[in-house]
Design a protein around this ligand. Sequence first.
Ligand SMILES: [Zn+2]
Length: 160
Amino acid sequence: MTKVYDDALSTSTIYAAENNVTAMVERGGAVEFFGSTLDLRQCAVRTYTPDQLPLLQGMVTGLYGTYRYGVREQAPTIRISPRAYRRAWYSPGVHEIVLPGARWAWNDMVLCHEIAHAASGCGHDARSAHGKAWRSIYAAMVAEVVGPEAGLLLQAAFDL
Ligand SMILES: [Zn+2]
């Protein structure tokens, strides 16, 4: 399989889109969307606590199995770092997702973000970590986990 590199969107654009969609879902209600209206009341960005790590591992295994594209069959492991880093990451070498020991990271959006790295085979250091493969997988995963309307908002923001 040939990977298609696409660096059309900057990392800050990606993060801004994520934060906007999270804020819209948390605000709830209706948003305008290309001349129609999206009802976000059925969407939810769930938050987790570190004692729910087994549940998070189950989500990682299930979502990775559904969305992995041209990567190994075995799902990555997930762990929580004892340190409060300012980012989460996926390490392709050890095939592991690491969440920082800080509350901001324990939610559906961050989880889907990192699983999408594993499922697209693009770690953060890859030339196109947030390229088209990652964006498509991430938006589809958010549609499943957070809600279809949140997935649509991301697709639009990511220019998919
Ligand atoms: Zn990323």
